[in-house]
Design a protein around this ligand. Sequence first.
Ligand SMILES: [Zn+2]
Length: 509
Amino acid sequence: MRMTTLLTPTLKKEPAGWQDPGAIRLLRGGYALDLHHGEWSLLPLGALLRDNVAWTFIHAFMDGGFQQLEDLLYRKEGIQLLAQRVVQSYRDLPLRVMELRGGRLLLSGIEASSSEECQKNLLYFIENLLENMALSGVKIEDATLGKEGAYIALHAEEEFAASSEGVECPSCGWHGTTHAHAGETKPFRTEEESSVQEVFTPGAESIDALCSYLEVSSEQTIKTMFYMAEVNGVFQPVTVLIRGDRQISERKLLVSLGATEVRIAEEKELIEIMGQKPGFLGPVGLPDKLLVIADSSVEGCKGVVTGANRPEYHLTGVTWGRDFKTERVADIALLEEGMDCPHCGSALRKYLWNGVAAVWGEPEDALETLYQDQSGSSQKCALWKGWIHLDSIITALARQKTYPLGLAPFDVDIIVPSIKDETAMELATNLYHEMVHQGVVALFDDRNERAGAKFADFELFGIPAKVVVGRKAAEGIVEVQYGEEVKEMQACHVTCFLSSLLNDDDTQL
Ligand SMILES: [Zn+2]
C-alpha cells in the first residue's frame, strides 16, 4: 500500500490520560484514535494488526476442528439453538465453534461427556499461540470458572489502567485471581477448654477495635455478615461467617449459593431480620429459619470471639459444634497477599494481571439438548465457553519494539529519503511492485516528507523490516534492516530475502 493513500495520523507527543505503554504506542503510531476517557477506535493499521492476530487464532482453531460462526454465539441462547438443530447423536460431538465479535474471539464447545479435558487442552493451546507471538501468558485460576476453567493473563505493571489484582506463589509459580480456591484452612483453636462468656465491649464495632479492646488477634474472632442473595428470582437473607482476618469473596459466595446476585444487607433489612444494627452480631442463637453459610476458616473453631447479638457486647470462648454450627460450609474467602498458596502452602504475594483469554465450564444443566450414545440411550451434553480478548493482545504486542512478522500490518516499509531523487523513486516503485507481486506485504512511503519524519514514523509503526532506497540507487543498491541487522544488497535480491524470512518457521507465525 502507498503511504499517501493510508490514514495514519501519528502523534509527535504522548497522548494525555493514558498509562499503558502499549496503548500509548498504538495511539502515537496512528493505529488507533483516542476517544478519551480510556477508549479508542482502531484505524486502518490497528484493524489490520487485530485481524492478523484474530486470523492466527482462527486458523489454528480451524486446524483443531473448530467451526467459524457469525452473529450466533454472542446471543444468550445462540449455542442452544445450534445444538437443537445439529446435535442428535454421539457422531455429532464434539461440536466446537468460534465467532469474532467486537474485539473478541468467542469460543464455545459441546462435548459428549465431561468438558474438563477440553478446557485444559484449550488453555494450554492458547498459551502456546501467545508464546509464538512472543507474549508469555500465565494461567490464572479462579474458583468461579469451574474446576478446570481459568484465565490466561499477561503480567501487568502497577500503572496499567486495565489490570486486575490477583495473587502468585513465589515458590511453586501458581497464579490465582482473588477469587481462586483457598488452600486447606485451619480454624483458630485455643489449647484449653473455655466456656462462653458475655463481655462488655463498648464501641468495638469493627474487628480492629474489638481486637485491641480484648487484646486478641483477628484470627481468634469470627465476623458475622448479612447478605441478601437472589436465588430463583427471590431475594433472601443469608448470614455469612468468616474468620476475622479474612475477607469474603462475593463472587465465590454467589457461586456457592447458586445465586444470580448477592449484596450486603441494608441496615433497615438487618433491623427487620435481627432487630439490631451491625457491629455486635454473632452466630450463637441465630433464628432457626435463617440460611447460614460459614467459610472453611470457621468450621471446627474453638475459644473464639463473636458478636453477642446484643449492642455493645461480644462472646468469648465460643466453640464450633458446642455453641453453634452451620450446615453449609464453603470456601468463600478472598485470596490476599500473605495467605497460604493452595498448592504448596508458601505465602502468596500480590500479582497484577491483564486477562487476554478465559475458558470455563458451564453448569451441568446449561444445555437442554440430549444426544443418543452408541447404545442408543439419551445422554446429557457438557458445555464450555471462552473468549480471547484481541485488543488486550494487540496492546501487549505494541509494547514491543516491532510487531512480529506475520502479525504486523506490513512486513516491510520502503522509504525513499527524497522523492525528488528520480532514480531512487523509480527503483523503489519497481521494488514495491515486485513485492506486491510476490506476496510480501509492503508499505511504500511515497510522501513528500523529510527523511527524518519518515524514519520516525517507521519506528512508531513497528513494522519488522525497512528498505531504504537512497544514494546508491544508481548502482541498484539499497539498505535493508531487519531486527538489529542492517545490510546493503542489490535491490533485485531484496524480495527474495524478505520472502525467505516470511517462510522461516522461526520468524513467521
Ligand atoms: Zn505455591
